[in-house]
Design a protein around this ligand. Sequence first.
Ligand code: ADP
Length: 271
Amino acid sequence: MRESLQSKKRIVVKIGTSSLIYPNGNINLSGIDELAFVLTDLQNQGKEIILVSSGAIGVGMNKLNVKERPREIPEQQAVAAVGQSELMTIYNQRFQTYSQQTAQLLLTRDIIEFPQSRQNVCNTLEQLIAMGIIPIINENDTVAVDELDHLTKFGDNDQLSAIVAELIAADLLIMLSDIDGFYSANPLTDKTAQLYDEIREITPALLAQATGKGSPYGTGGMTSKLKAAQRILASNSQMILANGKQPKMIFEILAGNQLGTYFYRLEEEHA
Ligand code: ADP
């Protein structure tokens, strides 16, 4: 049933902070290294990979030895500014081990609102892809306040990854979180929760089963992941929500193995 995943060429991978930072606040170097290895190998196979990465605040807190997430927005932005540059240093080091060139793109919401901005971003992404470079994308935290103060959920990296996937007509969005997929309830609080193998339509009943973030580093929680899936389905693309603990399982996902929750359109037929 998931055989068609093998042929997906243009793939956006989104990784959450919880997969990049250990619960004690330190950086998960082996996870980042494995991610760099997997994404480079996929690129070498001829796929076109785009990475959307959270983690700027978490890495910044680690770098500055800040134990608690700052409350004030300017402080959050300062920590994110330190963390973003450090995160890119770590990514660049790891990707260089595998001789893979990367690029950093920091985006704001105007990519949806202003056609010229959208076009510029598309052009840049298409050019990078054509040059065999893996773009690493994050929201521009200095400008995008909604993402940081969490007053509105719109603007988090789950939405950003779906928007990027839509912009460049990606075949697949692989969303890596700290959980194996979408469950009938939050498994942290409900031990009877069952994992969905596939979801073909985002219904109000499903949205009611999603709650907020799971870890101190989490952002939008499952609600924002379902909204991202909604956007993906509306643009006729597909999404897999899976656990980012071991990025090598991206190989298994793309081989068609039954991992994570697979979101695809109701009317789509599978070869
Ligand atoms: P990330 O840092 O990967 O973006 P989040 O913390 O924002 O992760 O979201 C993942 C968390 O959402 C899970 O750890 C889980 O506790 C919570 N969650 C809430 N409802 C559900 C659900 N129905 N199925 C799975 N996880 C859920």
